[in-house]
Design a protein around this ligand. Sequence first.
Ligand code: SAM
Length: 372
Amino acid sequence: MPQRARSIDRRSFARRARLTAVPARQVDRQQSVTCDTIIHGATPCPSRGADDWLRPAPPMAHSQRVKSAVVKRQHNEQYACVASPTQQLSKDEGDHMRLMSSYTRSDLKQLAQRVVPHHLQTLARRALRKESDLDPYRFPRMGTEQIIEDIRAKYGFDGDLLRIFANNKSGIVHKWHHYIPIYDHYLSPYRGQKLRFLEIGVSKGGSLQMWREYFGPQATIYGIDIDQACRSYDGIAAQVRIGSQVDGDFLRSVIDEMGGIDVVLDDGSHHMEHVRKTLRQLFPKLSDGGLYMIEDLHTAYWRDFGGGYRSRKNFFQLVLDLSHDIHRWYHRQHPLVPGIGDHCRAVHVHDSIVVLEKGKVFAPVHSRVGSA
Ligand SMILES: C[S@@+](CC[C@H](N)C(=O)[O-])C[C@H]1O[C@@H](n2cnc3c(N)ncnc32)[C@H](O)[C@@H]1O
């Protein structure tokens, strides 16, 4: 997850937030506005009217329009824009998530309460939630040696990946300490091989750098991200393509370019719906014996990520369904996760990481061996 880098000052944020709170009478009820306009706001002007408010800021490089925004009056001086998102909305989401990663906690709080399009409020709440829920688990000590010592002492792991991770200097790589031995457990057989590896979620480019060092020059490594800024990492340690993890055509084009795929690591939006959709798209494309890893699945317990404790949408519900499918010989029910359950040899559950093994599955047989 990205380090917070403050790129806008508090006053300019407050100005933007204020500008979103124009009285409804100043705004036509059926306006087409862009998310850029709302979040960046127009420059403040004494006779602030709808036109000023809606005058687009210089467009963010690649954001898309949200069409037919309906401006609705909400409690007293507060108004919210309820946008009818186009299919492109997810791209806006990436832009805004990137922007929000630079906000302070109090900025996010303001945004979560202020008058902005509903989906922006949701994103702000989600970002707030993520920060506060994870804070208690932040490793309190700084420095390469301390990180190495912690992972070595707790998990008894002392492999190359530990040093590659802890010594990372180029780009930011943000991983939970307990992930390092888990990655190594599943991925070490692929080192030095002609592996085709796809990471969903590039962020600051550090993890692609880490994977390149770990897997070696023979590996084909691709990263995808919805955030246009990640384009700048293309061709450094890996190939980077920009698009959404839920865009089937985009995923197909990336896999075609890669010439197939052996391992997927989903470290993208971590939203339940996205995680499932991407799995449904990519699992069938995995090679025989391939691996599908999903990380940061603690989000399965958070409503802001479409999950919840014991919610039907919690990803671990799908894991349970897959477990039933793996045992279909014994209950003879139809597969609960068709297309995945019937080609899944094993599902491994770790703290926040799930690994699915793809491969040919045979009806089980048993033998009695030996003499009485
Ligand atoms: C947790 S960060 C990735 C961190 C990186 N893998 C690392 O280990 O340092 C998540 C990334 O997913 C991207 N993302 C969010 N929604 C996405 C989507 N729908 N499709 C593709 N990428 C998405 C974000 O822009 C962000 O860069």
